[in-house]
Ligand binder design. Structure first.
Ligand code: ATP
Ligand code: MG
Length: 620
């Protein structure tokens, strides 16, 4: 190959790595431990990428560490290109850091806490909003120094209730977390501009990783804030449900997904019969009650009680409780209840949460047996009725009395005139979307469901942390104002596992080229044959020179064992050196993705053929 041709097929500024299997540790296993759940957990253990050290705690072996490095490098390049700067914050965080945000309490048992020899308490960082806010508070004072976007790639700790599926949900895991700081939301240098840049950077990152993914609209969850997207790797084994509309491209997670216009009842429909009370003792849930009463869940009303905390100094007009009513086969959506209550009361700051059971009982709610009639009996109660629960026909409902339900519940007869008071009663979308619901973005289209794995999450945080921690700046008019923030996470170790979930077969992993620990595997049929060894070294050197990483299987093992292991570890391009091929001045060339036997490739063409395959596989 000429110098120019070599230059034009170079993949990396620095040469690739050459590793000999006999000199590293790749402890492949015939069987995964019985407890392994799902393809990525099984295959990463079997192929010697990871090893379990404790619940949700894993060693990254040499192959695993190489893939992590490749994910991290892509993340770094795209974050840097988007104008972010890398830093590194401590993992060990003095608990006092949480004094302003109270997240040491809000995070609950998820937060790992430890104490030192003087009995001072520390948290192991689950994410780093507090330390970064503290850092920026000490470094930035004027709007002229903004915006900035700072990120790190680091180990995080969360005491997950159910660590599962290996790297998919660990208690110690690697995250890229970025935090941006702004003096305004709109315009040049504003939060929205950086948020959009991060959205593009995330799309670039997962595209470059070779993954099929869907960005979805999401609720911001315990971290707070107002707008967010999750990046989901498309995968039937994923634990998150995505709803999407093919016609408009709209996609959202279940917590967030809107529902298009639905026909609602008039709340004036005629009763289906006399209201009748039924004794329903010792029935733990709506399904059991339905069976006992011989009523299908879609003919039952589920009434869930929320409490409203208007917040200090905010006018609430005395509204204290919300009863959200959905059909028995639907689930109430807390975020939608919140939005509906805020719209109804005109109080954009009202905090709404599932009612504390004790307090709700004391106020007069028979929790577990609540009916919509409580809008008349418990002072300060608002009623939100989901469209699908608002019509006529037969309904069963709780009876506001422990261990009792009613049949033939009728809206008009049972609730009466309050139904006409929009200050108390509204028909609203307060349930989770499901497959087949009308699309919120395209008339006539329906929502479809798919599953995914959340590998990235971007949030608009607003001033939640800056207000709690006094991070203020002077604006153009010398006014002190809280800084506006965004935060952006990627599960680096989860991305590794999600890639395997999406790219494998019964025999092992099939790495996309950009994340493969090695691009090329050279297998020696006779490990101790001098000519074979020299040829392998020669080819490896040439491949490394154009930036490809090469693993040479020089172990003293039978060919059958080597081929099985090759399938298992999933290196995408395979060269096999045996007597027959060498006699023909060739090597056997095969891609992990091809089911066939491979073909002979003359020695002089091996490098260009590998380069072409690498490029076709998405390596740049
Ligand atoms: P999940 O809903 O899966 O618990 P999260 O929404 O709590 O995740 P974030 O706080 O958004 O997680 O963290 C950013 C990213 O870190 C997530 O998108 C995910 O990829 C990754 N991540 C979070 N928790 C874990 C974990 N226990 N193990 C591995 N990766 C994780
Ligand atoms: Mg998240």
């Amino acid at each position: 190959m000429t110098q120019n041709a070599a230059e034009s097929t170079r993949f990396n500024a620095r040469p690739g790595d050459i590793t000999r299997w006999s000199q590293t540790v790749i402890p492949t296993l015939r069987e995964a431990p019985a407890e392994a759940e799902g393809p990525s957990h099984v295959l990463l253990l079997r192929a010697g990428y990871i090893r379990k050290l404790g619940a949700g705690i894993y060693d990254y072996l040499p192959l695993g560490a190489r893939v992590l490095r490749k994910v991290s490098e892509i993340v770094r390049e795209e974050m840097n290109a988007a104008g972010a700067s890398e830093l590194l914050l401590p993992v060990l965080l003095p608990i006092e850091l949480y004094a302003g945000t109270k997240r040491d309490v809000d995070y609950g048992d998820l937060l790992f806490k430890i104490s030192d020899r003087k009995d001072a308490t520390y948290a192991l960082g689950p994410t780093h909003e507090e330390p970064i806010t503290e850092l920026v508070r000490g470094s930035i004072t004027s709007y002229k120094q903004l915006p900035v976007n700072l990120y790190q790639i680091q180990t995080k700790f969360r005491d997950e209730a159910r660590p599962r599926a290996g790297l998919l949900r660990g208690r110690e895991f690697i995250m890229k977390d970025a935090y941006s700081f702004h003096s305004q939301i709109e315009g040049s240098g504003g939060l929205n501009e950086t948020y959009d840049a991060m959205y593009r950077a995330y799309s670039n990152i997962f595209t470059r990783c070779g993954l099929s993914f869907t960005p979805v609209e999401a609720e911001s969850g315990p971290i707070g804030g107002s707008a967010s997207h999750e990046f989901m790797v498309n995968c039937e084994s994923g634990e998150d449900t995505i709803l999407r509309c093919a016609a408009s491209g709209y996609a959202a997670n279940v917590e967030k997904c809107e529902i298009g216009a639905r026909a609602a009842g008039t709340l004036t429909e005629a009763p289906s019969g006399e209201l009748a009370e039924v004794h329903t003792p010792n029935l733990p849930g709506i399904v059991e009650v339905g069976k006992f009463m011989k009523v299908k869940p879609d003919r039952m009303l589920k009434s869930i009680v929320f409490q409203i905390d208007a917040g200090p100094g905010v006018k609430s007009d005395g509204a204290k409780w919300v009863v959200a009513v959905v059909r028995g086969d639907h689930d109430v959506n807390e975020g939608k209840v919140k939005t509906a209550v805020r719209a109804m009361t005109g109080n954009a700051k009202a905090a709404i949460a599932l009612a504390d059971e004790k307090a709700a009982r004391a106020a007069g709610f028979a929790i577990g047996y609540v009916s919509p009639r409580t809008v008349n009996t418990v002072p300060g109660t608002l009623l939100l009725i989901d469209a699908d629960a608002s019509g006529g026909g037969f309904w069963a409902s709780g009876s506001d009395k422990p261990d009792h339900h009613v049949k033939h519940f009728n809206w008009r007869r049972e609730v009466g005139a309050k139904l006409d008071d929009a200050g108390y009663v509204n028909i609203a979308d307060v349930r989770n979307a499901i497959v087949g619901d009308p699309s919120p973005r395209a008339e006539g289209a329906k929502l479809e469901a798919a599953r995914g794995i959340e590998v990235g999450h971007i949030f608009k945080l607003g001033t939640k942390y800056s207000e709690a921690m006094d991070l203020n700046i002077l604006d153009e008019n010398q006014q002190r104002r809280p800084v506006i923030m965004g935060c952006y996470g990627i599960g680096v170790s989860r991305t590794l596992a999600a890639t395997v979930e999406q790219n494998h077969d019964a025999n092992g992993i099939k790495w996309p080229l950009p994340l493969a620990p090695y691009h090329v595997l050279i297998t020696l049929m006779k490990f101790d044959d001098e000519q074979t060894r020299t040829t392998a070294s020669d080819i490896a050197r040439q491949l490394a020179a154009i930036g490809l990483d090469v693993l040479i299987d020089d172990r003293d093992e039978r060919p059958g064992v080597k081929f099985k292991d090759a399938d298992l570890i999933g290196v995408p391009i395979r060269l096999t050196l045996g007597d027959k091929a060498l006699a023909a001045q060739s090597v056997e060339f095969k891609l992990r993705n091809d089911d066939g036997k491979g073909d002979l490739c003359p020695l002089g063409e091996v490098v260009s053929r590998c380069a072409a395959a690498a490029r076709a596989g998405g390596l740049t």
